[in-house]
Design a protein around this ligand. Structure first.
Ligand SMILES: Nc1ncnc2c1ncn2[C@@H]1O[C@H](COP(=O)(O)OP(=O)(O)O)[C@@H](O)[C@H]1O
Ligand SMILES: [Mg+2]
Length: 277
């Protein structure tokens, strides 16, 4: 397992490996240096579980290891697709999966034009990011102008404007966990008082959501659109049914395990062991 920060999830994975007698070697990516001319298959064993929090670090290491013939989960294709909201949304649009109406623009002026077409309220998201960071609600053209102006002073990566309709949903969304070809658990995330985002990183409260056929079908289609591996699928209940608004590449499950009773870290390890055979 490659990591950079030991979160509760990494500890849960290590404990699950212990229980299952799996020889899990934890490698801190911060201590790692890699020689492009060397062979790494022996050092990295049968399979690498990629758990780095830093997205750019993780895709660099995954690219390196894959080119050396090491199997990494999630693979580079999946990490590149699910780790970027533009890539993942495009894959889902092409697969006919219902997603919120979304535009892409590159300047303040063209974004405001896109917003006129889309209508308000709308949501601005960085194409790469998580935990609700830098996701801004634009209620009208005045607030959109100020938010976009702020972005113009940030790193160029924040000037790829992913603009989405604000979905009329209840104050909650759904997070489902896909392991290979199974949806193993799902939760409602109910937003904290006065917070419009539902991320548990922003105080969203988790409640069990029994996996329905509709949810399972949508999540498996969303996961297949990314490739194959471990995914966290975010969905919203719109007036027209479920919409998928995000697929996450490195799943966080610390709140889901106690609420659903599903041992997600064990199931992840089972999946990896199965891949080996
Ligand atoms: N289009 C939208 N309409 C309404 N709420 C949204 C929309 N997009 C995101 N949100 C809210 O913001 C949260 C974070 O958005 P998300 O796209 O999942 O990005 P992140 O990678 O930061 O989790 C969602 O869980 C949801 O509560
Ligand atoms: Mg999300």
């Amino acid at each position: 397992m490659l990591y950079d920060v030991v979160r509760t999830e990494e500890k849960m994975l290590a404990k699950a490996a212990d229980r299952k007698n799996i020889d899990l070697n934890m490698i801190c990516s911060k201590d790692l240096y890699l020689d492009l001319h060397k062979d790494y298959q022996e050092k990295f064993g049968d399979i690498v579980l990629q758990r780095c929090v830093s997205y750019f670090r993780s895709i660099h290491i995954t690219a390196f290891l894959e080119s050396k013939g090491v199997k990494v989960v999630n693979g580079l294709h999946e990490a590149f697709t699910a780790g970027n909201k533009l890539n993942s949304t495009l894959k889902m649009v092409n697969a006919g999966i219902p997603v919120p109406k979304t535009y892409l623009a590159f300047t303040q002026e063209s974004s405001l034009k896109a917003l006129e077409e889309l209508g308000y309220p709308a949501v601005l998201k960085p194409t790469m990011g998580s935990w609700g960071r830098l996701i801004a609600l634009m209620n009208d053209s005045e607030s959109a102008e100020s938010i976009l102006e702020d972005r113009e002073h940030m790193f160029p990566i924040y000037q790829n404007y992913y603009i989405q309709e604000k979905v009329k949903r209840p104050p909650r969304d759904i997070r489902a966990f896909v392991i290979g070809d199974k949806v193993v658990a799902a939760i409602y995330r109910i937003s904290a008082e006065g917070v419009w985002k539902t991320n548990t990183a922003r105080g969203g409260k988790a409640e069990n959501y029994p996996v329905t056929n509709e949810l399972e079908d949508l999540c498996l289609r969303a996961a297949t659109a990314m490739g194959e591996g471990l995914f966290g699928v975010d969905l919203m209940e719109s007036p027209d049914g479920l919409l998928v608004h995000e697929v996450n590449n490195t799943i966080e499950f610390r709140n889901t395990v106690p609420i659903t009773g599903v041992d997600i870290p064990s199931l992840m390890l089972d999946y990896l062991i199965d891949l080996k055979h």
